[in-house]
Design a protein around this ligand. Sequence first.
Ligand SMILES: [Zn+2]
Length: 61
Amino acid sequence: MCYECGCNNTMTTMSGDSITEITFQRAAKGAGITVEQAKRATLELLKRELGESKEPYATRA
Ligand SMILES: [Zn+2]
């Protein structure tokens, strides 16, 4: 995507700063984790950031 604008196209680049599938691939590689792990961690943090989760902050395994 573009994960940020709601277009639901994972590879669209709305701007040079768009969050895309590539963002997650790079972030996961940099952190030494899988893309799925990066997305899951991002999802959980976003839920907390948006007040949609009361789960405590998970520690990285
Ligand atoms: Zn978009």
